[in-house]
Design a protein. Sequence first.
Lengths: 235, 58
Amino acid sequence: MNWLFKYANPHNFMRLSNVVLPVAAIATVLCLVAGLYFSFSVPPDYQQGTTITLLFIHVPADLVAMAAYVVIAVCSLLSLVWRHPLSDTAARAAAPLGAVFTVLGLITGALWGKPMWGTYWVWDARLTSFLLLLFLYLGYMALWNAIEDEVRAGRAAAILAMISVVNIPIIKFSVDWWSTLHQGETIMAGKLAPVYLPPFLLMMAGYMLLFLTLWMMRIRTAIVERRARNLMVSA
Amino acid sequence: MNFDMGQYGAYIWPAYAISALALGGLSVWTVAAWRRAKARLAALEKPRAEKPRRETNT
């Protein structure tokens, strides 16, 4: 855990992210460009036709949306237990990003549902629990903004995140636990035709790296804003 | 590369367009906020640099 404690210090984080951020940004662009190239080079699926191309933007958006919420919950735990100076900031910085990826997952899913299922939306367990994720993000951000004292706001938001993260396994296993219109586990079950793996993995890496890049940048922004605020107070 | 999405183009292209716009917009917004914060800090630190240097606590 020592390495984590070291970079939880704002000064060390600024130094580390100064190096990691440009690398992550370049890797993001490379993965997305290559991913898009392969996305439009695959043959149509034997069942889903050309809509298989939606897989390459739908699944990465969903997985980043879920991963971001887990990130928030882990940072919240670090904040509550070890009182890291940076973990509240890191948790808060991830929320708007996660919310955008959640919206994209919902929209691309709806646009895939219409041609394949005949409907944009259905209240099945997968779609409903994923919509709940969006409301959790909105609630989490609203809670941060509702309490003026940052320490208290951070603590309340951290408790909310740690309780509501239970929705993530519910989303994951919803297709096994309930009968859903949404298809069951495909990629991890090895049911995706190998020809679709390169674009999927590249887009997945691109989305994850984009999240990482923007998240680091938002944490840096929050640190700099705090420094400015402290200067104003001490001036 | 093949951009002919056949009958499903009406669903696939909007999905790609919305994703590109949202992620592009999110990136622009994030970079703009970073630049704004950095400029504000620099403006606050400037008059200070002319005075004898003092340690700040962050």
